[in-house]
Design a protein. Structure first.
Length: 182
């Protein structure tokens, strides 16, 4: 099988279900941003982090493929069985954040991204996740989107922020607190 099909050379692509849409379509932008997020999650997994965190991130990557499949399907024409999110997927993120927060100092300031590469990658992924969430919320105004997708992306950005803090804490890197000028 060839990786290139030439069917997108005119700026259109097909959704699952066969509908052709322009590549700038909000649905394409949504699942493309989820794919970008998944790549950043992979970059975080490649860093010096705990095996447990790598395992959770791999689970997250799997869920992001699920989300991408859901977003790539035409809700009115696709007959393909698409994997779906479960409430337990959101609960996993919440449980992981609760565990991390047990060891982290209380958050009293906004945190500036940075500290080392891993922390910065977590913050970049968090920002991409927020962008994906905004796009999916916009898409949901125009088309059907499983509400668990929006909830999952919202919780995932919080998870990535908390993971950035945990990585810094474990590596004894002081948080870059934002102290506003007044």
């Amino acid at each position: 099988m060839k990786i290139y099909t030439k069917t997108g050379d005119k700026g259109y692509t097909s959704l699952i279900g066969g509908t052709r849409v322009p590549k700038y379509d909000i649905r394409i932008d949504s699942y493309g941003t989820v794919d970008e997020l998944n790549s950043y999650i992979g970059l975080i997994r490649d860093q010096e982090i705990t095996e447990h965190d790598k395992s959770v991130l791999k689970e997250i990557q799997d869920r992001l493929f699920t989300i991408g499949s859901s977003l790539a399907a035409d809700p009115e024409r696709s007959r393909m069985q698409i994997p779906d999110l479960h409430q337990g997927d959101v609960e996993l993120l919440e449980q992981e954040m609760d565990k991390m927060n047990e060891i982290l100092p209380e958050l009293k300031h906004f945190i500036l991204p940075g500290g080392n590469n891993t922390i910065s990658y977590c913050h970049i992924a968090r920002c991409v996740c927020r962008r994906a969430e905004r796009l999916v919320v916009h898409l949901a105004q125009e088309s059907q989107v499983d509400e668990k997708v929006i909830i999952y992306l919202n919780r995932l950005s919080d998870y990535l922020f908390t993971l950035a803090r945990k990585v810094g804490y474990e590596q004894q890197i002081a948080e870059n607190q934002w102290i506003p000028r007044v």
